[in-house]
Each structure stands twice: as structure tokens, then as C-alpha cells.
Design a protein around this ligand. Structure first.
Ligand code: ADP
Ligand code: MG
Length: 755
């Protein structure tokens, strides 16, 4: 048993030493130390990597590749790097955790070891004690053997005592069992730890691989950066080389320029010397110049003032001559007018028209004298009657010709030389021009169209749109004359339009056309007449006049039911007033141009006419007789001129008397059926003209032409063929509708002519 026990104890000891060797606490520690050393190494490597990274960053910042396209890539790489760093940091934290765990486990292991040592010591003590007892027992046994009596007892004792040892052995065994369990547990823990260690080693390997990868990437980025830097360096070098070569070329050019400039300078030096010389001489001249200038100015001033003085005196002389010329012109004009007579009578025969019809009634009854353009023959009732006027216009005479011939007829007499001052003017409307000129000079002018209805009064005065009459041409001339004199004269031209119907004067431009106007003496005592309320429009062109015509025409049309009839039964007046101011002399002039389209002169059958028709005829007869009287009286220079016998003559008083000029155009129809009226008109014309023009003697002669007597003559004339007046077919008691409509159309055409 003792042997067995010994063997068991030995076994236990062996087991303990095995366990001790197996426990491997020192291995784990070694392992931990190894790991710690590895960690440390990794940390070192990490630090080195960071250092390199910082260095690279610095280099990158210093490197002049701010605008490099790799900058972005670099930034990406840096981002990746920081990510990797973060991951490495995490790994490091994990590693630290693992370290902590290993530390804790190591501590626990140390504790277990301590406990194991304690139990081992206990066991050793126990063994010691047991072996001592065994020895004691063996000694006892040996002594007992020598004392056989006592052996049994001793054996008993030993047996008893051996039971006790058995119990102790049992206890030791159980304790050993417990320790074994403990060791197994420790082994288990160690295994777990080993597993943990393995996993952390794996993680570490992974981390290391990642770090390697990052390092490789870093290496690559670094390589790229180096490449870029190199490329940039090359570029820089290239640019520098280029700049250098350019600069060299420029330098060369500059050198060449410099050489050129140098040669120029050399060439210029003599020029500079001459210039300096010139400059000095000029300086001297400038110094002397004020004196010279003063002298020259003095003499020039004297010359200029002398010249101005001369010009002044010449001007004065010219002005004096001009004024004298003006007076002379006026005198000549007056003389001319006196010679021509202030009143002139022309006859105009219109062509046969469709309105005259056909057959013997429409046959031509008027012939002309081939040698004398002032003579006209009328075949009346089989007898030829001849008339002499100032001028006769045949049917083929054009509107222009009428005007032109009026003039030549006018100068064919004694005063022809006086009008030779106008030879260069076109031979159109010269007579009218002369009248317009006198109007501008401040004379009053009257142009009348006299004759039976349909004889061509309106045609002569207004004309057609395509072929205007005296009115339009006279006004055109007036405006052009005024324009021509605009340098010296300021002119104001105003226009009024009026009509006289049944001895009532009406304003055709006023707001109240029906209102009857009165002719009054100017309150200023000048003896001038004026019509209060008569509208006056200022005009500056023929267009303005045409607008006014239109306005007046519209008034006239709206006021009467039958314009044709009405217009042949009324006198239409266009009064143009020209006021002038000579800026150099301050002379003021006022001239009036009266253009009158008279009412039809035809006789109204005394037995046939009644009521308003008779009243109209009486008024027309009266006013035309009065006009005839006035013209007689004026032409024969009577002391009394019966202006007041009619509204017409009274209105035109200042335009018929004094230095005023009058032109009477007697219109004649050549048709056979109109011969009675033609005879009357021509007799009237001849009688008006028959008064001899001449000096004072005429006055005495005129005295024998009282207006009343003339009226009687006229009446006789008008009534000398009652048969024709009574016959509606031959007479012209009333105008034919065709004639009337043609007159209205003529007015319309005229009004629509706006230049
Ligand atoms: P009055 O005004 O005397 O009544 P008009 O002037 O109306 O007469 O003339 C009557 C007609 O005769 C119109 O159709 C007009 O065109 C025409 N007439 C008048 N004189 C001439 C002429 N010289 N040449 C052509 N036609 C004329
Ligand atoms: Mg008419």
C-alpha cells in the first residue's frame, strides 16, 4: 500500500510539474509581449507613414501645381488616406481593447498560478508529513518485527493508523481532483484566449494588408505627383527657354532700333543745329513782332476806318439814290397808269360750247379784225356792228395768253417804253403782274368780270383746276413777289370773301353768313371805309387761300338751295389785303386786290319777271348801272363819283378811286342766239371806254356825263331789243341749268385746287 501510495504521490508530483509546464502562463505572457512588440512596431510604422504623408502634403503645397488637373485626384487620394487613417485608428482602438483583455486574462492567470502554487505547497507539506509518518510507521514496523508480541498490536495500530492515512489520501485525491478540474478550466480559458489571440492576429494581418494597400496607393500617388511635378518642371523650363529666346530676339530688334535711332540722331544733329538757329532768329522776330504788329494794326485800322467811311458814304449815296429811284419808279408808274388810264376795258369772246346747242342758233356771230386786236365785229340781225375796246381776246386765247396779252395791249400805246423795264419776265400774266406789283407797292386794284350768264366770267376769274384763271394766277404771283422781296420787306397778306345779293353784303368766311354787313366810315377820320364784322384770314400761301375758298364755298352751298342760280345772281368778291413794311426805310404800304365775279348782266324780261326774280333783276341792274356810272365818272375824272349808289361800288370805293387801278373784262358769247346780250355787253364796254383819255380837258368833258344820264343810257341799251328779251329762246333772262352747273363745278374745281 505504501508503495502504491508513493507511486501515486510521485505520479501526482509529475502531474503537477507537467501541469505546471503545460499551464503555459509564461507562453501567454510571451505571446502578449510579442503582440505588444508587434503593436509597437506597427505604431512606429504608422508614425513614419504619417510623417511621410505630412511631408508629401507640404511638398504638394509648395509644388506650383495649383491649377494641375491631378490636384483633384490628389484630393481624392487624400480623402482615401484620411479614411484609411480613420480605419487604422479604429483598428488601433480594437487592438488596445484586445491588449486590455489580454492583460486582464494574464492577471487572472497569475492569480490561478498563485493559487496553484499554494495548493502545490500544501500538497508538498502533506506529502512531507505523509512520508515522515510513513518513515515513522516503517521504523515502528521494524521495531515491532523485532518485538513480535507486540506486533499484532502494533499492526493493529498501524492498521488503525493506516485507515487514517487512507482517509487522508482520499481527501488528498479529492483535492487533487478539484485541482485537476481547476486546471481543465484554466486550459479552457487558455484555449479561448488562444482563439481570441488568433482572431486578433487575423485582424492584425488584415489591417497590415490594408496598410500595405494604403502604402501602395500612397506610393502610387506619390509617384504620380512626382511625375506631374516633373512634367511641370519640364514645362516651366520650356516656357523659360521660349521666353528667353523671344527676349533675345526682341533684344536684338531693340538693339537694331537703337542703332537706327543712333544713326538718326547723328543725322538729326545738324538739322537740330539749323532749327536752333532758326528758333533763335524766330525768337528775335517774336521779340520784335509786337512793335511791328502795333504799327501794322495802326495802319490797318486807319485803312479799315477809311474804307468803312467810304462804304458808309457809298451806302448813304446808294440809299439816297434808291429812295430817289423809288420815287421815280412811283412817278413813272403813276405816269404810266395815267397814260394807260386807270381803268381799262378788255373783251373776251368764249368759244362756242355744247351748251349753245346746234343749228343756226349756235352759229358764230362774232368776227375779229385781222389788223387790229382791239376791234371786234358782231353780226346782229343781219347787220355787222363793230366795237373797239382796249383789247379783244378771241375764243382761242388761253388763260395765260389773256394775262400776257393784257399787258402787251396795255403798252401798245404811248407809254410802251415805260414798261420795257420788264422784258425778261415771261410773257404770262404780265398785266396782272403789273397790277399785283402795284398792289404790293400799296395801290388798290380791282379786276371785274362783266357779262351775261354763261359768257365765261367765272371761267376767266376762277378758271378750272387744270387751267386756273386770273384769281389763282394773281395770287400765285402775289406770293412769289412777296417772297422775292422778303429780304427788305415784311409783308402780311389777309383775305376776305364776301358776296352781294339783293344789295345785301354777306361775309362768306364768317360764322353767321346770313348776317347782313354794313359798310362804314372809319372813325379815325381818314375817310377810309371798312366793314365791321367782315372776317379776315391771314394767309401765307396759295394753299391757305384754297382752304379759305373751300370754307367760303361750303358756307355758300349750305346757305342757298340753288348755288348755280344764286351765284349768277350775286356778285362774288375776293378781297386780298397786302400790308408791307420796308425794314430799311420804315415805309409802310397797304394795297388791296379786289377780284370780282359779277352777277349775270342779262336783262330780265320786264313783262315776264315777277316777285323775287324781278327784285333780283332790279338789284343787279341797279348795281351794274352804278358800277358803270362809277367807272364812267372815274375814267372821265369827274369831280363827283357816285360810289354810294350801290353796295358794290360803295364797298369798292377806295379800290376804284385815287391811284387805284381797274380792269374790266367784258365776257362775250359768240353764239347767234346770244347776240342781243352780246350787243348790250359790248355797247356797255365801248361806252365805258369811249371816254377819251387825256389831260385836264377830260374833266370838263366828264362833267357832261352825269351818272343819272348814264343810267338812262344803260337802261335804253338794256331795253333796246324787247323782242329778244321777251323771247325765251333767244334771250337770257335766266341762265341755263348747264351754265349754272358749270359755274358751280368751276367753283368746286377751283376750291379743290390746292397748289
Ligand atoms: P359765267 O360765269 O359768265 O356764267 P362760265 O364761266 O360759267 O360763265 O362759262 C360758261 C361755260 O363756258 C363754262 O362751261 C365754261 O367752261 C365755258 N367757257 C367760258 N369761257 C371759256 C373759254 N374761254 N374757253 C373755253 N370754255 C369756256
Ligand atoms: Mg359765273
Amino acid at each position: 500500500q505504501v508503495e502504491t501510495l508513493k507511486a501515486k504521490v510521485l505520479e501526482q508530483a509529475q502531474e503537477i510539474s507537467r501541469l505546471r509546464s503545460e499551464q503555459g502562463g509564461t507562453d501567454a505572457e510571451k505571446h502578449r509581449d510579442l503582440l505588444a512588440a508587434e503593436n509597437e512596431r506597427l505604431r512606429q510604422e504608422m508614425k513614419a507613414c504619417e510623417g511621410q504623408l505630412r511631408e508629401l502634403q507640404q511638398r504638394q503645397q509648395q509644388a506650383p501645381c495649383r491649377d494641375c488637373p491631378h490636384l483633384q485626384e490628389n484630393a481624392g487620394l487624400q480623402e482615401q488616406l484620411s479614411q484609411l487613417q480613420r480605419e487604422a485608428e479604429e483598428m488601433r482602438a480594437k487592438l488596445a481593447e484586445l491588449d486590455l483583455e489580454v492583460q486582464q486574462k494574464t492577471n487572472r492567470l497569475a492569480e490561478v498560478e498563485l493559487r496553484l502554487k499554494d495548493s502545490l505547497a500544501e500538497r508538498a507539506e502533506e506529502e512531507e508529513r505523509l512520508s515522515r509518518r510513513l518513515r515513522d510507521s516503517q521504523e515502528t514496523i521494524a521495531s515491532l518485527k523485532s518485538q513480535p508480541q507486540q506486533i499484532k498490536y502494533i499492526i493493529k495500530t498501524v492498521e488503525v493508523e493506516s485507515a487514517k492515512a487512507k482517509q487522508a489520501l482520499c481527501e488528498t485525491q479529492s483535492r487533487n481532483q478539484y485541482l485537476l478540474e481547476q486546471v481543465g478550466m484554466q486550459k479552457q480559458v487558455l484555449k479561448e484566449m488562444e482563439q481570441q489571440l488568433q482572431s486578433s492576429q487575423k485582424t492584425e494581418a488584415q489591417l497590415r494588408a490594408q496598410i500595405m494597400m494604403y502604402e501602395a496607393e500612397l506610393e502610387r500617388a506619390h509617384g504620380q505627383m512626382l511625375e506631374e511635378m516633373q512634367a511641370m518642371e519640364e514645362e516651366k523650363n520650356h516656357a523659360i527657354e521660349e521666353a528667353f529666346s523671344r527676349a533675345q530676339v526682341e533684344m536684338k530688334a531693340v538693339h537694331e532700333n537703337l542703332a537706327g535711332v543712333r544713326t538718326n540722331l547723328l543725322l538729326l544733329q545738324p538739322a537740330l543745329r539749323t532749327l536752333t538757329h532758326d528758333y533763335n532768329s524766330l525768337k528775335r522776330q517774336v521779340r520784335d513782332f509786337p512793335l511791328l504788329l502795333q504799327d501794322t494794326l495802326r495802319s490797318a485800322r486807319a485803312e479799315i476806318s477809311q474804307a468803312i467811311e467810304e462804304v458808309h458814304s457809298t451806302n448813304r449815296e446808294l440809299l439816297r439814290k434808291y429812295r430817289r429811284e423809288l420815287q421815280l419808279r412811283k412817278k413813272c408808274h403813276n405816269e404810266l397808269v395815267r397814260l394807260k388810264g386807270n381803268i381799262r376795258v378788255f373783251g373776251r369772246v368764249r368759244p362756242i360750247t355744247k351748251e349753245d346747242g346746234e343749228g343756226p342758233e349756235a352759229a358764230n356771230a362774232v368776227t375779229f379784225d385781222a389788223d387790229d386786236d382791239a376791234v371786234l365785229h358782231l353780226l346782229h340781225k343781219g347787220k355787222q356792228v363793230s366795237f373797239e375796246l382796249d383789247k379783244v381776246f378771241p375764243p382761242q386765247a388761253s388763260q395765260e395768253e389773256v394775262g400776257a396779252t393784257m399787258h402787251t395791249a396795255g403798252v401798245s400805246g404811248e407809254g410802251s417804253h415805260l414798261l420795257l423795264t420788264l422784258p425778261c419776265l415771261p410773257q404770262v400774266f404780265q398785266e396782272v403782274q403789273a397790277l399785283v406789283t402795284s398792289c404790293i407797292d400799296g395801290y388798290n386794284v380791282c379786276i371785274f368780270a362783266y357779262g351775261q350768264t354763261g359768257a365765261g366770267k367765272t371761267y376767266t376769274m376762277e378758271g378750272t383746276a387744270a387751267n386756273p384763271g386770273i384769281n389763282q394766277r394773281a395770287l400765285q404771283l402775289l406770293f412769289s413777289e412777296v417772297r422775292g422781296k422778303a429780304a427788305d420787306w415784311d409783308y402780311t397778306i389777309t383775305v376776305s370773301a364776301a358776296e352781294i345779293y339783293n344789295e345785301a353784303l354777306r361775309d362768306l368766311l364768317g360764322k353767321e353768313p346770313q348776317e347782313k354787313l354794313e359798310i362804314k366810315l372809319c372813325p379815325d377820320g381818314s375817310g377810309q371805309l371798312y366793314v365791321p364784322g367782315l372776317t379776315e384770314f391771314r394767309v401765307q400761301s396759295v394753299e391757305d387761300i384754297n382752304k379759305i375758298f373751300e370754307f367760303g364755298h361750303v358756307k355758300r352751298v349750305t346757305e342757298c338751295t340753288n348755288l348755280n342760280e344764286h351765284s349768277s345772281r350775286s356778285h362774288a368778291l375776293l378781297i386780298v389785303t397786302v400790308r408791307g413794311l420796308d425794314r430799311s426805310t420804315g415805309l409802310r404800304t397797304t394795297g388791296k386786290l379786289n377780284l370780282v365775279d359779277l352777277a349775270g348782266s342779262e336783262r330780265v324780261g320786264r313783262s315776264g319777271a315777277e316777285g323775287s326774280r324781278l327784285r333780283e333783276a332790279q338789284h343787279i341792274n341797279k348795281s351794274l348801272s352804278a358800277l358803270g356810272d362809277v367807272i364812267y365818272a372815274l375814267r372821265s375824272r369827274q369831280g363827283h363819283v357816285p360810289f354810294r349808289n350801290s353796295k358794290l361800288t360803295y364797298l369798292l370805293q377806295d379800290s376804284l378811286s385815287g391811284d387805284s387801278k381797274t380792269l374790266m373784262m367784258v365776257q362775250v358769247s359768240p353764239a347767234e342766239k346770244n347776240t342781243s346780250e352780246t350787243l348790250c355787253s359790248l355797247k356797255f364796254a365801248e361806252r365805258v371806254r369811249s371816254v377819251e383819255l387825256g389831260p385836264v380837258s377830260r374833266k370838263a368833258e366828264l362833267g357832261s356825263w352825269p351818272s343819272q344820264e348814264h343810267l338812262e343810257v344803260l337802261k335804253t341799251l338794256l331795253g333796246d331789243s324787247p323782242s329778244s328779251a321777251a323771247s325765251p329762246g333767244r334771250g337770257h333772262a335766266s341762265p341755263s341749268p348747264g351754265q349754272l352747273s358749270s359755274r358751280s363745278a368751276s367753283i368746286r374745281r377751283k376750291l379743290h385746287t390746292s397748289g
